[in-house]
Design a protein around this ligand. Sequence first.
Ligand SMILES: Nc1ncnc2c1ncn2[C@@H]1O[C@H](COP(=O)(O)OP(=O)(O)OP(=O)(O)O)[C@@H](O)[C@H]1O
Ligand SMILES: [Mg+2]
Length: 170
Amino acid sequence: MTSIDDLPYFGHITEVKVFDEGGEGVVYRLSTTPSTPFPLCAKVMGLSMYRSENDRLFRLENEARVNQSLYEAGISVPRPVGLFRLLSPVHSSPVPGFVRECIEGRTYYQLFSWQKEKAVKVFEEERQKAIELDFIPEDCYPTKNCLYTVKGWSVERVTLFDFSFWRKRK
Ligand SMILES: Nc1ncnc2c1ncn2[C@@H]1O[C@H](COP(=O)(O)OP(=O)(O)OP(=O)(O)O)[C@@H](O)[C@H]1O
Ligand SMILES: [Mg+2]
């Protein structure tokens, strides 16, 4: 099993902003450099949810693995970068973090009511694609764990995230 010492350093993060805090983890927006090709964020598992460092790493590895396979299969998910040891101003010692593209999008609740029908449709199409690839989505709803991209006034696409409990059908 992987331990935090096996993970490469992402580098010292100088700027972290808590982007959002879910039930399981905290997502930080990372400082970027001119060479960073897209905006980045990192998910770090919270201390309250899991008993041990191993449990946290196990879930984070699942998240990273599923994100990677979905991305490779062409499902709309954030572009993955990888699992790293992060050292940040808010952590006294390095923590494992899953670094991936930070998506700019709207939540279901930020959409106008007349945009919601299309949102549910694009969401359901993306979820079905994942199911056809033998994934069993968990905690995946039009109203949760996805963001919508709106072009003009129209909902163009959905991006799914939060895969820590997803698994593949045997
Ligand atoms: N790649 C991303 N781009 C933009 N925002 C993100 C990204 N990943 C996570 N977020 C934001 O951070 C929040 C928490 O992320 P995530 O759902 O992965 O964590 P969680 O702790 O498992 O959440 P929960 O258990 O509450 O569903 C999301 O609701 C979303 O607002
Ligand atoms: Mg979530």
